[in-house]
Design a protein around this ligand. Sequence first.
Ligand code: OAD
Length: 233
Amino acid sequence: MADFNSIVILTGAGISAESGIDTFRDHGGLWEKHSIEDVATPQGFARDPDLVLGFYDARCAALANVEPNAAHIALAKLEREFADSLLLVTQNVDDLHERGGSINVCHMHGQLKSALCTSCETRSAWDAPLSSRPPCPVCQAPTLRPDVVWFGEAPYQMRRIEEAIMECDLFVSIGTSGAVYPAAGFVQQAKRLGARTLELNLEPSEGTPIFHEARHGPATQVVPQWVDELLAG
Ligand code: OAD
């Protein structure tokens, strides 16, 4: 097996693109069709909750029509080999890593299949529309919102991620444009602390020059290929 003791993998929308989930910033991506201010900020939610709940209900319902792809499945295989010495961090709110077999997934931007109560702050596994204002399973208040991190809010599990970055000797970024912080800064942190850094993306991103190595192509090809190499290495 490869000569790495501890690996951090960061994934973004590109890993789920070939499963049929829109990315954000590519041509035809989600942020071309919807305004970030309207559907991905606390202010947008306060202004028009129906619009925001409808947007996330539709994204959540769409998960029923997609399947994990070869890239998700390859990362699950890697997790089985590396166990506790691999942290899979995703910016994605879909559930394709889990459905591809990954067990320990750190969803730093939250999850579509989770609801957050704005009254009691409980996060509950959730797989039904929120637009109908169902009661919170804990406090019964009809105040559930999508458990998705919006712009201006703090991502989840940052402490755990930063600790893993401090310890890792390999940092791999997959299918992300590197446009959104803090995730976009992980590569610099890892590199500064001595880790080898690798980008796997469809095409060069703005951050490509920062990485020690970059491989470009569709995730369903480059990710399984890299995993096989690493496991054979
Ligand atoms: P982006 O849409 O910004 O970037 C997607 C990246 O995936 C781009 O670099 C594409 O080149 C690449 N890509 C597209 N198809 C691919 C494929 N088949 N194989 C490999 N790569 C492919 O999405 P993210 O970087 O994930 O946050 O966006 C980061 C955050 O911005 C999201 O989590 C979301 C968004 O606003 C919040 O909503 C808080």
